[in-house]
Design a protein around this ligand. Structure first.
Ligand code: TRP
Ligand code: ZN
Length: 467
């Protein structure tokens, strides 16, 4: 999605100098290199400056025996400054060639930065296309919190998980949540295996012992929720009562254990739409791999990934992320609690609406003895994780949900419901930060004073004095 950029007129001229200015700007040297990172407070090198990606076309082939991926990534982007060079993020793999607008471009690599120097400078506002051909064995990376992401080889194939930065292990791009784009992913695998990705399945073709599957994601997607699941899967396609396509892929070893919970997807979707408002995407579903194929579930767009059969709360959590995280996406990794606080609160609401504990009971139990279960519950405020190794800790999840419950108690159920829905609707397919959220809540409940909630619960160190 385009971020607004200041308009810089590098070719301003007064009339007398017009001819000279035209000469200077007519395709010559006038741009500067785009930034190599977006200065995210937690992952400063992630993403790149100077352009916005509008579309990724990934044409990939994977060989599980050799663990070899080869691909062509065609990235359509719009320059947000005059550019003499631009960076893409790519971790590992061998780059074979890079073209810009079909012409060979010079490039070099340093760490996760792939710097591309187009044959001609790009103008601010210009739409351009970069094509990168690459191959190799994609890497599994270890996050600052010690979890594994990126490319995860499995017994029968591979699984690509990208939160927060792992997607740069399998395709070059602007790997930061602030730059969302549409995707077309084509993936060729040995005949007999399946390849599942985001969006909607467009075609499947088998020739010469290989099966190519193509997937289309029209709605903006952050690269950290892009996925690829390659392996032996049982596929079940259906539609929800209101006509939304459901695509579920399950490792046969998990079929029995996951059948009952996956059958709840239509019911969860209906409840979620009642609670959060219209679903922001064109299909739903799930990917269930074996326990141990990944260390956690992830809200990959359209169809979350689960390592082993999920419980209902986890299914609710990952589907809630489709609204909070995937459609309404953080501007930076600092704002993770806007994802996880909402997805956790969705679990509380589900329980409350389905004969379990009320959200108030869940809140009280956490306030009274939450640290028995979540040792670090009060170790930092949701809006300010200590460091990149802590963005998936319980202050972001449980205490983030507690912030939402405090708002609910302040404004009452009716206004709270309107806030939860309105937040998803107003910022549908957009990017947000904590200040956007507090401003939105204040606007929807102008008579309330939220200062104490923000100060004690959202930004304050330590356990707030009052529940
Ligand atoms: N977002 C995932 C969930 O809550 C959990 C997760 C996986 C995560 N990898 C992460 C959170 C990296 C933060 C950073 O379902
Ligand atoms: Zn989550």
């Amino acid at each position: 999605m385009p971020r607004s950029a200041p308009v810089v007129l590098t070719c301003t001229s007064f009339l007398a100098a017009l001819a000279l200015a035209l000469t200077a700007c007519g395709g010559g040297v006038h741009g500067t290199p785009g930034a190599s990172g977006l200065r995210d407070p937690y992952f400063p090198k992630a993403g790149n400056g100077g352009y916005d990606v509008t579309h990724y076309a990934l044409d990939l082939a994977y060989d599980p025996d050799e663990k070899d991926l080869s691909g062509t990534a065609t990235i359509t982007a719009r320059a947000t400054q005059d550019l003499s060079a631009l960076n893409l993020d790519l971790d590992g793999l061998d780059v074979e060639s890079v073209t810009v607008a079909g012409k060979g471009a010079r490039w070099n690599r340093a760490g996760q930065e792939l710097t591309v120097r187009p044959p001609h400078d790009l103008d601010d506002g210009e739409t351009f296309r970069v094509t990168v051909r690459y191959s190799g064995t994609p890497e599994t990376i270890t996050d600052p919190d010690d979890s594994k992401e990126g490319w995860l080889p499995t017994r029968d194939g591979a699984l690509a998980l990208g939160e927060p930065t792992g997607s740069m292990t399998w395709f070059p791009g602007n790997h930061h949540p602030s730059d969302k784009a549409s995707y077309d992913i084509a993936i060729s695998v040995p005949e007999g295996l399946q390849a599942v990705s985001n969006g909607e399945l467009k075609s499947t073709r088998t020739a010469d012992g290989r099966t190519t599957t193509t997937w289309h994601t029209a709605e903006p997607m952050a690269s950290y929720v892009a996925t690829l699941a390659i392996g032996d899967y049982t596929i079940r396609r259906s539609t929800t009562p209101d006509g939304l396509p459901v695509y579920v892929a399950v490792d046969p070893a998990e079929a029995g254990a996951s059948r009952k919970v996956l059958a709840k997807i239509p019911q969860v979707m209906e409840w979620a739409q009642d609670t959060f408002g219209p679903y922001p995407f064109s299909s739903t579903g799930a990917i269930v791999d074996r326990e141990g194929d990944a260390g956690y579930a992830l809200e990959t767009q359209n169809r979350p990934v689960f390592p082993g059969a999920p419980d209902t709360e986890t299914l609710v959590h990952e589907l809630a992320h489709q609204w909070y995280g995937n459609s309404v996406t953080p501007k930076t990794w600092q704002d993770m609690w806007l994802n996880e606080g909402f997805a956790t609160y969705a679990e509380w609401l589900w329980d409350e609406d389905h004969g379990g504990d009320s959200a108030q009971q869940t809140f009280d139990a956490l306030y009274d003895h939450g640290e028995d279960v979540y040792e670090d519950l009060w170790s930092f405020p949701p809006a300010n994780p200590t460091s990149s190794g802590h963005i998936s800790d319980s202050p972001v999840y449980q205490r983030g949900a507690m912030v939402l419950h405090k708002i609910r108690r302040a404004v009452g159920d009716k206004t709270f419901h309107a806030i939860v829905r309105g937040w998803a609707t107003t910022h549908r397919h957009g990017n947000v930060d904590t200040a956007d959220f507090t401003a939105y809540v204040e606007k929807r409940a102008p008579d309330e004073d939220f200062d104490a909630i923000w100060k004690d619960w959202l930004y304050g160190e330590g356990k707030p004095a009052h529940a």
